[in-house]
Design a binder for this molecule. Structure first.
Ligand SMILES: C[S@@+](CC[C@H](N)C(=O)[O-])C[C@H]1O[C@@H](n2cnc3c(N)ncnc32)[C@H](O)[C@@H]1O
Ligand SMILES: Nc1nc2[nH]cc(C(=O)O)c2c(=O)[nH]1
Ligand code: SF4
Ligand SMILES: [Mg+2]
Length: 210
């Protein structure tokens, strides 16, 4: 296939730049501890300086992969599929999630919300970033809000974001991994003082699993 045809398919969400896929335990947030198959789609220009998957950013380094191939494979591993990245909403998530739902799989997304929400989701984890705030109606639809705490100011940002989500959205504060020893005590104090929040840890990193 010629390059322009492939780009059109990516544009339509029929192929996606696939960085990696793996069966593991969801490490973070509400579903932590639950086995799930992860699909990591490349491409992100949000630019978090502490991002733990910077290799995902450049979509051109990840092969444009047929979504039907991705889904057929994913279905052999788990009933729960987590789509992450990169920033999955860089792309049209409609076709991928339709194909996952056609196989009766639970669709979860990890997103910054920096681009318009596409796709059909059973669970939306919104992790807003200061440098590219969420757009559109995702605040109304998020099932969990997961704010990464790198410094004290992020607690103020967390409250600003919590003021925008729907009333059923579950609120999490998650330490940025490289400063976890410094910020975890701050988060612990904050959650005890403000119990609408819960602590989320990247438990997969403690378990030494992907
Ligand atoms: C790599 S991101 C991919 C999905 C999407 N771009 C996003 O940011 O939500 C997956 C999750 O990991 C979180 N994350 C990334 N780097 C982290 C780090 N160094 N420490 C803690 N959480 C991190 C993000 O905030 C997000 O909730
Ligand atoms: N085990 C595991 N849980 C996760 N939860 C969110 C992750 C992500 O990178 O989106 C992630 C990840 O990379 N691994
Ligand atoms: S939005 Fe997500 S993938 Fe993009 S830089 Fe930030 S943490 Fe990394
Ligand atoms: Mg991760």
């Amino acid at each position: 296939m010629v390059k322009s045809e492939v780009l059109t398919l990516v544009d339509q969400g029929l192929r996606l730049p696939l960085m990696e896929e793996f069966y593991t335990i969801q490490g973070e947030g509400f579903h932590k501890g639950t086995a799930a198959y992860f699909i990591r789609v490349g491409g992100c220009d949000v630019g978090c300086h502490w991002c733990d998957v910077k290799e995902s950013w450049n979509a051109d380094t990840h092969p444009p992969t047929d979504i039907l191939h991705i889904v057929k494979n994913a279905a052999t591993y788990s009933d729960t599929i987590v789509v992450t990245g990169g920033e999955p909403l860089t792309w049209d998530m409609g076709p991928l999630t339709e194909a996952l739902k056609a196989k009766n799989l639970q669709t979860h997304i990890e997103t910054s919300g920096a681009y318009v929400l596409t796709g059909t989701w059973d669970w939306i984890c919104l992790s807003p970033k200061k440098n590219k705030l969420p757009v559109g109606t995702i605040y109304d639809k998020a099932d969990e809000l997961k704010v990464i705490v790198y410094n004290k100011h992020d607690l103020i940002f967390a409250e600003e974001q919590a003021a925008r989500v729907n009333k059923d959205c579950i609120l999490y504060l998650q330490p940025e991994w490289s400063v976890r020893e410094k910020v975890t005590p701050l988060i612990v104090d904050y959650v005890m003082q403000n119990p609408k929040w819960k602590v989320s840890l990247q438990t997969h990193k403690y378990l030494n699993i992907p």
